[in-house]
Design a protein around this ligand. Structure first.
Ligand SMILES: Nc1nc2c(c(=O)[nH]1)N[C@H]1C(S)=C(S)[C@@H](COP(=O)(O)OP(=O)(O)OC[C@H]3O[C@@H](n4cnc5c(=O)[nH]c(N)nc54)[C@H](O)[C@@H]3O)O[C@H]1N2
Ligand SMILES: Nc1nc2c(c(=O)[nH]1)N[C@H]1C(S)=C(S)[C@@H](COP(=O)(O)OP(=O)(O)OC[C@H]3O[C@@H](n4cnc5c(=O)[nH]c(N)nc54)[C@H](O)[C@@H]3O)O[C@H]1N2
Ligand code: SF4
Ligand SMILES: [Mo]
Length: 721
């Protein structure tokens, strides 16, 4: 085991806080606890986290020797149970079954579902594996649930999708920061250090239907919390655009010199005068006027979006409206001001650049572009015709599971999709219809538990690689310790399967070699990594893409031009579609889903950390006490949340932080507590983003006696035990 400390980054979110992992030396004569963390975690100074970590980061090492860690492949036997198997047997079985399914049903009968937590190397190799070893077009990933709307809006407006076109430190000096639908106080706690300047200037503005930890940062004159009706951010932003135009607050020179499309945008907001916006969003016209003037006051203004405004069927248009507002105020590319979106997953940025998206080749290239295909085919040493065409986005891929002409075998790398996908009841049925489900993971997640074969892999502290943070900065993940016997590196798993599938293309298993190949594949693309190498990252150089060979990268994009050929940004007129949002009927509440500080995503990892599970053992439906009183629900009572998609059973928590017309449910839990039982199949027509943040539910108290015996109560008592 390496005994020196490793300078690496957190396994979880896109802030990628820097940490140092130091192996724990065994103490002579003292028996060590096999499940104890084998490394200690310390925060490391870095511009984004400045030595800070959140509770998830501090406890991350506990997963390395967690009792539930998988250390041998699992194969489902004739008895219907999963049994340990050798690697050779498990991989031979997967390869044989994949070949059979492919020869009977065609290459597109095999699907791949990737993840934004994979290193750049894994994400790149997974895309190559799908296209060459499986020959399938059917690959997509969980970033579709996360960044797709913001990405679509950014590409459309700026010609490039780098979440933050400036370093986080730039926020420190801002007078005004508008946070739209993001709760960084819980989702990226060290981030809030960068809000202190705006708070001191009284200019932190948080738009969230809940009074979140982040909203509370605006208390005592440090800013403004706006609590709109959920799902009304688009009219809210159209109203702000109307106001900045009507009150002549726009930066006329900037709009003339750096953008196109102003007239259409002006016309499109004509109808959104403040009083009308007030009637739709519940936000007072006076507040809107104050906000418009504040945003235009100069002194440094930033507008940032998060999932709260993006995960709707009009998410791309809402992000576009936020960009339009920023462009009219002349913010993007101006020193000390800007627009950005906060990428979520650890490698949510790099994961959306190197080919696990159904329509994409490495370097953020379009799979339909003949020149892109020819370039990548050259790097891969294949004929361009061998590379399949575009596949289908995640929700459509999941709909096709086990259907005639659909996907019959699915490989999952980095997602617990039976908890985190919309309409999880239908996803469970789809997975049950499959001929083969293969899950690569370090724990038996809810999805893994349904698999035919589970392949155990190394965790972050046991592997080398690169991640691209929310700033578009490429950073090094470094190995701090030897993995347990029996687990394998994911690159090795892909290479071994490719070999067994007789794929003649190269599948390197050394991360640095894979990165070197990724660099060549990305060369000349939008996300060009060709000038970045491990040696410079190891020297501590800050590398932001695009970073062409022989050139350099920059933390600040757009200073002189945008990425469209003419260098101009596009103002794109968007409008409220009548049917975009279901409205609650009588007896119904707006459903808000989102995150808690202690849990990460589907909870597959954090529900296995004792301290985090203890802090947040079960899903709680949070509602206003007045609403609860009206519905006859006491604090802590069992409730049922139901709509036409499904039913969730959990306990209620009462808090005035939620609007009286809404109920908040975190999505970190499985079984009967899975929030996504309540989320339907609708997606944004441009990005295919599911509407995780839009829904209506009927909430009713459950009589515990009448319910007995009900299996879902066992689930609840198990987690609370
Ligand atoms: N603790 C923790 N941190 C995480 C993660 C995690 O699972 N747990 N996941 C990471 C990932 S992948 C992501 S994408 C990020 C997400 O980070 P955020 O975007 O900050 O997280 P969410 O909680 O999904 O949503 C943010 C807020 O949107 C609000 N919201 C809901 N509906 C609406 C609406 O209609 N309008 C507005 N304006 N707001 C609304 C919710 O009340 C919520 O407070 O977090 C990352 N960090
Ligand atoms: N209702 C509702 N649903 C949501 C959201 C919401 O706000 N509301 N948010 C959505 C968002 S933004 C996101 S990002 C998704 C995320 O939801 P998921 O896609 O389910 O993400 P995770 O829970 O992080 O699952 C990752 C799985 O992969 C494993 N894993 C981690 N690293 C690796 C690796 O390197 N290789 C492999 N093979 N496995 C690995 C983990 O152990 C875990 O089991 O959920 C979405 N679902
Ligand atoms: S904020 Fe994100 S990256 Fe930082 S410690 Fe927490 S989970 Fe890890
Ligand atoms: Mo995400």
């Amino acid at each position: 085991m390496p005994r020196t400390a490793a300078a690496t980054h957190c396994p979880y979110c896109a802030l990628q806080c820097a940490m140092t992992l130091t192996p724990v030396a065994p103490v002579a004569g003292v028996a060590s606890d096999a499940s104890a963390a084998p490394v200690t975690v310390a925060g490391r100074d870095f511009p984004t986290n400045r030595g800070g970590l959140c509770r998830k980061g501090w406890t991350s090492a506990e997963l390395l020797r967690s009792p539930g860690r998988l250390t041998a492949p699992l194969v489902r036997g004739d008895d219907g149970e999963l049994h340990e198997a050798s690697w050779d047997d498990a991989l031979d079985l997967v390869a044989t079954r994949l070949r059979g399914i492919r020869s009977s049903h065609g290459a597109d009968a095999v699907g791949v579902f990737g993840g934004g937590g994979l290193t750049n190397e894994k994400a790149y190799l997974l895309g190559k594996f799908a296209r060459l070893a499986l020959g399938t077009s059917r690959i997509d990933y969980n970033g579709r649930y996360c960044m797709s709307s913001a990405a679509a809006a950014g590409n459309r407006a700026f010609g490039v999708d780098r979440g933050l076109p400036f370093p986080l430190e730039d926020l420190d000096d801002a007078d005004t920061i508008l946070l739209l639908g993001t709760n960084v106080g819980e989702t990226m706690p060290p981030f809030i250090g960068h809000l202190a300047g705006a708070q001191a200037a009284g200019g932190l503005v948080v738009v969230d239907p809940r009074r979140t930890a982040t909203a509370k940062l605006t208390d005592e004159g440090r800013g403004l919390h706006i609590q709109p009706v959920p799902g009304t951010d688009l009219p809210l932003l159209l109203g702000l655009i109307h106001l900045v135009i009507a009150e002549r607050l726009i930066d006329v020179d900037y709009v003339e010199q750096r953008t196109v499309g102003f007239d259409a945008v002006r016309r499109s907001v004509a109808q959104w005068w403040p009083e009308r916006v007030q009637s739709v969003t519940g936000v007072a016209a006076l507040t809107l006027r104050r906000l418009a003037r504040r945003l235009a006051a100069g002194g440094g203004t930033y507008i940032l979006t998060g999932r709260g405004v993006e995960q709707h069927v009009d998410g791309t248009d809402t992000a576009t409206a936020a960009i339009n507002l920023a462009l009219l105020l002349g913010l993007p590319g101006r020193a000390g001001s800007g627009y950005g979106t906060l990428t979520g997953q650890g490698n949510g940025q790099g994961g959306r650049e190197h080919g696990q998206k159904c329509d994409q080749l490495p370097g953020y290239r379009k799979i339909t572009d003949p020149a892109a295909r020819a370039h990548v085919a050259g790097v891969w040493g294949v004929d361009p015709d061998v590379i399949p065409g575009p596949g289908v986005p995640a929700v459509e891929l999941l709909h096709s599971l086990g259907r005639p002409d659909g996907v019959r075998a699915l490989m999952v790398h980095g997602s617990n999709l039976v908890v985190s996908s919309p309409n999880v009841a239908a996803v469970r049925e789809g997975l049950a219809r499959l001929d083969l489900l293969v899950v690569c993971d370090f724990f038996l997640s809810e999805t893994g538990a349904l698999a035919d074969v589970v392949l155990p892999i190394t965790q972050w502290a046991e592997e080398e690689g690169t991640m691209t943070s929310l700033e578009g900065r490429v950073i090094r993940r470094r190995r701090a310790l030897t993995p347990p016997d029996g687990v394998r590196d994911e690159l090795w798993v892909l290479a071994e399967l490719a070999r067994r599938l007789d794929c003649t293309a190269t599948f390197d298993t050394d991360p640095e070699q894979v990165f070197d190949e990724l660099r060549r594949a990305s060369e000349g693309g939008i996300a060009d990594y060709s000038g970045i190498d491990y040696a410079m990252l190891d020297r501590g150089e800050a590398a932001y893409w695009p970073y062409p060979r022989g050139g350099s990268g920059t933390p600040r994009l757009f200073a002189d031009r945008f990425a469209h050929d003419d260098g101009l940004a596009r103002l794109v007129a968007v409008s409220v579609r009548g049917s975009a949002r279901p409205r609650p009927g009588s007896g119904e509440l707006e459903l808000i889903t989102g995150r808690l500080l202690e849990h990460y995503q589907s909870g597959a990892q954090t529900r296995r950390v004792p301290e985090l599970l203890e802090a947040r053992p079960e899903a709680l439906a949070t509602m206003h006490p007045a609403t609860a009183l009206r519905l006859g629900i006491a604090d802590g009572a069992l409730v049922e949340l139901a709509n036409r998609n499904g039913t969730v059973r959990c306990r209620a928590r009462l808090s005035t932080d939620v609007r009286p017309d809404a109920v908040f449910l975190p999505f970190h839990y499985g079984d009967v507590q899975a929030a996504n039982l309540l989320i339907g199949d609708a997606v944004d027509p441009i990005s295919s983003m599911p509407e995780f943040k839009t829904g209506v539910v009927r909430v009713t108290p459950l009589d515990p006696i009448a319910l007995d015996p009900h299996p879902e109560l066992d689930v609840l008592s198990e987690v609370t035990a």
